[in-house]
Ligand binder design. Structure first.
Ligand SMILES: Cc1cc2nc3c(=O)[nH]c(=O)nc-3n(C[C@H](O)[C@H](O)[C@H](O)COP(=O)(O)OP(=O)(O)OC[C@H]3O[C@@H](n4cnc5c(N)ncnc54)[C@H](O)[C@@H]3O)c2cc1C
Ligand code: FES
Length: 290
């Protein structure tokens, strides 16, 4: 059992948890994720390890509430226990001093790019960070990223904060004025990672994306996380989650992620519809915390 030591609401539907998980904290490297179950009737969901403190034996995870399990997770409070936290999983991001790198986070992907940005900065790179969100209230980890970045730009779709526009506009502006960039790391909605990869491909600018297919076991056995990279089948959990963005079949990934949409909707509706106090199979916590 893995105790929740703190909980913080970062933005509407985005929650940060610090969880006691000493073995995971000891082995964590940037780019790793965990697969967790909230309770013994719950499904397994992958979440990036945003930060870790091996001394304290803690890891930080940040989750956006989009379906049943992330909703259930969002209802947990300090002092509750998560049933399993398996990890660290996935290949760590190769970290070297490349020169100048641009880290781009879209929405909750900002939390996922943060550990990579931090490690790249610590390795000596000049770090340019671009954070994109639909609107001001959804910008997360601004202070943390500003602090480690040599240049920092926020873009919002509605212009309510920072530059109005998309992260690709900000990347274009930076490339125009600066010239030389050795690598781009883009994490966020699939459509955003595709847009960044399409933008950088003709420029020959190496671009890495972290893929978020549906995962189950996280150990390369179930095949749920199958993705096509340069025409080859890979499993994101053991071969990734980070891949060369110019080789990813994003259309296939979007189609596969939509496979269970109807069932996921029903599952969330049932979860939301449980009468208060009902002892449901997904955990009765929501009634207590409502
Ligand atoms: C390696 C990896 C790391 C991740 N890290 C984070 C993280 O740090 N923070 C975070 O908030 N999320 C992260 N995700 C995504 C997270 O795992 C999903 O949002 C979660 O599994 C959804 O579960 P659910 O039951 O709440 O929603 P579901 O009911 O499963 O899905 C609800 C809706 O979201 C869509 N969806 C389902 N799975 C995914 C997915 N994997 N990615 C995007 N959309 C999806 C569905 O199409 C559906 O419409 C990560 C995914 C991977 C593979
Ligand atoms: S999650 Fe099962 S093979 Fe990757």
């Amino acid at each position: 059992m893995f105790e929740i030591l703190s909980k913080e609401i970062l933005a509407q539907s985005i929650t940060k948890f610090v969880v006691r998980a000493p073995y995971v904290a000891r082995k964590h490297k940037a780019g790793n994720f965990v697969i967790l179950r909230v309770n013994d009737h719950g499904e397994r969901i992958p979440l990036t390890i945003v930060d870790s403190d091996p001394g304290e034996g803690t890891i930080t995870i940040i989750a956006q509430t989009i379906g049943k399990t992330t909703k259930l997770l969002s209802l947990q409070v300090k002092g509750d226990f998560l049933l399993d936290v398996a990890g660290p999983l996935g290949n760590p991001t190769p970290i070297h001093d490349y020169g100048t790198v641009v880290c781009i986070g879209g929405g909750v992907g900002t939390a996922e790019v943060y550990p990579i940005a931090k490690a790249l900065k610590a390795a000596g790179n000049k770090l340019v960070t671009i954070v994109g969100a639909r609107t001001k209230d959804l910008v997360i980890l601004e202070n943390e990223l500003r602090e480690i970045s040599d240049e920092f730009v926020v873009t919002t779709d509605d212009g309510s904060y920072g530059m109005k526009g998309l992260v690709t506009n900000a990347l274009g502006n930076f490339l125009k004025k600066s010239g030389s960039v050795q690598g781009v790391y883009a994490i966020g909605p699939i459509i955003m990672m595709k847009a960044v990869s399409d933008f950088t491909k003709p420029l020959g600018l190496k671009t890495f994306v972290s893929l978020n297919p549906i995962m189950m076991d996280g150990t390369g056995m179930c095949g749920a996380c199958r993705v096509s990279i340069g025409g080859e089948t890979k499993f994101a959990c053991v071969d990734g989650p980070e891949f060369d963005g110019h080789l990813v079949d994003f259309e296939e990934l979007m189609t596969r992620n939509r496979s269970y949409m109807d069932l996921e909707k029903v599952s969330l509706e049932r979860f939301n519809g449980e009468p208060a106090g009902h002892e449901c199979r997904t955990g009765a916590k929501e009634a207590a915390n409502a």
